[in-house]
Design a protein. Structure first.
Length: 499
């Protein structure tokens, strides 16, 4: 059986704790890999390697850093299929979804390649007589990233390329459910010429996480995951004096107005709710239908959902794969089986779905719940699976009020042909990312990604300008130099002394 070990100091380091986790192929349910779980001592080793590398990496030139990143970008591009295959094998998403994940991660590597313009300082001259003020941004030191199972390549690439481009060193703790992609990313970085210890991969469970949160040599922590854990990460790391960006869960809504193109809205709802099996924090999990269009919209969603082919991610014809674990599949199914008792109409029930020849896989079909109430479990909780809830409201104002009452504020969308309504929505909705006729409004790399309310803990969003600011700190220098003509007698600098 394959074993995934740590990557520390530029090489593979075998686990010494004696604790291992199991990694399954979600399409078959078979255990294919074991992953080493780090002890606190092993976490210390990873942080020490990063700390040692920081001494020289922080002083490396911007051109040297970006040269490595340009080579890294080329290697990632050449290995897209290999990275995507690892994602499919351990996460279960179809190959096209996995390739899309790699492409979105590459956007941030490309942003890091242009870090020279992002790190330019500012200068004000003559703020007072012979006084200048300048500001610069400097790296923090050793920073850590704790990333989720749903995007095992993309989310790490949202973190460490910018961090190391800014002069920091990095310890990555990826999800133990699909750990292999992280090691490949680190190995390719070494092949690109990244010095040993600048990027380290530490595998494990909560023991490894808590070791990083409490480590005195870790200056900052980036996290993406569920809201309860994001809250814990933020509280613990902040209490230890660390800078924190902790992105939490979501319940993303899509408001559909009566004037919307219902075919476009239905297409968007299906792709946004069921893509990647709903296992993404930007999935649309609640459609809010305004007025009399609800019945027609639900009918069109149902018709389109029925055409989605579910199967192994290795099958090119598959459009949706299995869920990550059997336990998660069962939890997702429980929301559907309990929906009718809480007042919902179960339009599609995917809980009995299986795939011939892969009966032990973690399968679930598409579920569609209509007339969902805001006090039901299916609406309140982040399900993180292919379950779409439809809620009915009479007016635009009712829809916005319903959406703003949610404790989450990650992403949201409106479908309408009316520019004035879209403009009002953009200003009135309480969420960090807004789509207008765009169901999954993930910002491009040079903008920043992040939500509001219980979807984000900390002051900085991830990647873009916020990412650069998170991984650096400002320093302002005020300087006064005497005029060289005033140099004391005996030192001749060639300046006239007749002023």
């Amino acid at each position: 059986m394959k074993t995934v070990n740590h990557w520390i100091g530029g090489k593979t380091v075998e686990g010494t704790s004696g604790n291992y986790g199991e990694v399954t192929d979600p399409a078959t349910g078979a255990v294919t890999t074991r992953v080493a779980f780090a002890s606190p001592d092993e976490a210390d080793t990873a942080v020490a390697a990063a700390k040692d590398a920081y001494r020289t990496w922080r002083d490396s030139s911007l051109s040297a850093r970006t040269a490595v990143l340009f080579r890294y970008r080329a290697l990632l591009d050449a290995h897209r299929d290999e990275i995507a295959a690892l994602i499919t094998a351990e996460h279960g998403k179809v190959h096209s979804d996995a390739l899309g994940e790699v492409a979105r991660g590459l956007e941030i590597v490309e942003l890091a390649c242009g870090i020279t313009t992002q790190l330019k300082g500012e200068l004000s001259t003559q703020v007072s007589q012979r006084v200048d003020v300048s500001s610069i941004r400097q790296p923090l030191g050793v920073v850590a990233g704790i990333t989720p199972f749903n995007f095992p390549a993309m989310v790490p690439m949202w973190m460490f390329p910018l961090a190391i481009a800014c002069g920091n060193t990095f310890v990555l703790k990826p999800s133990e459910k699909d750990p292999s992609a992280a090691n490949l990313l680190a190995g390719l970085a070494a092949e690109a010429g990244l010095p040993d210890g600048v990027l380290n991969v530490l595998h494990g469970d909560r023991v490894a996480v808590d070791a990083l949160l409490n480590h005195p040599d870790v200056a900052a922590v980036s996290f993406v995951g569920s809201t309860p854990i994001a809250r814990h990460i933020h509280a613990t790391a902040s209490a230890n004096g660390k800078r924190v960006q902790a992105l939490g869960g979501a319940k993303n809504h899509m408001l559909v107005l009566p004037d919307a193109d219902l075919d476009a809205a239905a297409d968007a709802a299906v792709s946004a709710a069921y893509g990647s099996a709903g296992e993404r924090c930007m999935a649309i999990s609640a459609v809010v239908a305004v007025g009399a269009i609800g019945d027609e919209l639900v009918a069109r969603i149902k018709e389109r959902a029925g055409r989605i082919k579910i199967g192994p991610g290795t099958d090119p014809s598959s459009e949706m794969g299995p869920l990550i674990t059997a336990a998660h599949r069962d939890k997702v199914a429980s929301y559907v089986t309990g929906a009718a008792a809480q007042g919902a109409e179960v339009v599609l029930d995917g809980t009995g779905f299986t795939v011939d020849g892969f009966e032990d896989g973690h399968w679930i079909g598409l579920s569609l719940l209509d007339h969902v109430s805001t006090d039901s479990d299916a609406y309140r909780d982040e399900i993180f699976g292919p379950v779409l809830c439809v809620l009915r409201v009479g007016t635009y104002e009712e829809g916005v009020a319903l959406m703003n009452a949610s404790p989450y504020g990650n992403g949201t969308a409106i479908f309408t042909r009316d520019g004035g309504a879209a403009r009002r929505f953009q200003l009135e909705i309480e969420a960090g990312m807004v789509g207008v006729n765009v169901p999954i409004p993930v910002p491009v790399g040079y903008h920043s990604f992040g939500g509001w309310k219980d979807s984000l803990f900390g002051d900085h969003h991830i990647y873009g300008n916020d990412g650069v600011h998170f991984y650096t700190r400002g320093k302002v220098t005020t300087t006064r130099w005497p005029d060289p003509a005033d140099t004391p007698a005996g030192v001749d600098l060639g300046f006239p002394r007749n002023h």
